[in-house]
Design a binder for this molecule. Structure first.
Ligand code: NI
Length: 176
């Protein structure tokens, strides 16, 4: 297990747009493994490559058991990123969004804080897996929120830019 240092809000890497991945090298695979280790160690539900200082379009998400809410719709694909292993997305592209949800959001790059953010209730996203095979995944609720939050990181956007009201302090909350 290898942990990487998580960049904290204010770090310039967190404000930059990331480059698409052209091919997955052994080094890229190692980065993904390390991102997963780092996310789990920090009890996060998502992590984007720029958060560990790498300006590449890679995100990892694992919302754990909270993903059960995603199994209600027959069109969703439960399992991926929801309680049955992580969702790894390379060059993710949001194809569709609908609805709205307003809820608490946090970020591993801003530990101990959270804020209220409005996100789509549903997203459909296209991405590539570790073998550069294209796939489409749909998410609702927390998964939709996590996907939007992590994709924003790839554009250099932190949730604090979208927060409604003030940030507040949290202790041991689930952070994205
Ligand atoms: Ni974040």
């Amino acid at each position: 297990m290898a942990l990487r240092q998580i960049r904290i809000y204010g770090d310039e890497k967190l404000a930059k747009a990331c480059r698409p991945v052209q091919y997955v090298s052994p080094r890229t695979k190692l980065l993904i493994r390390d991102m997963l280790d780092t996310m789990y160690e920090a009890n996060g539900v998502g992590l984007a490559a720029p958060q560990v200082g790498i300006l590449k379009q890679i995100v990892v998400i694992d919302i754990g058991d909270a993903g059960e809410e995603n199994t209600e719709d027959a069109n969703t694909k439960p399992g991926i990123g929801c309680g049955d292993g992580p969702l790894v997305m390379i060059n993710p592209e949001i194809l569709e969004t609908s609805g709205e949800q307003t809820g608490q959001e946090g970020c591993l790059s801003l530990p101990g804080q959270a804020g209220m953010v409005t996100r789509p209730e549903y997203v459909k996203v296209k991405a590539f897996d570790e073998n550069m095979k294209e796939f489409v995944v749909e998410g609702r609720g927390l998964l939709a929120r996590a996907i939007c939050h992590e994709c924003d990181h790839l554009q250099g956007i932190m949730y604090v830019e979208k927060v409604e009201g003030d940030l507040f302090e949290v202790t041991d909350e689930e952070e994205e």
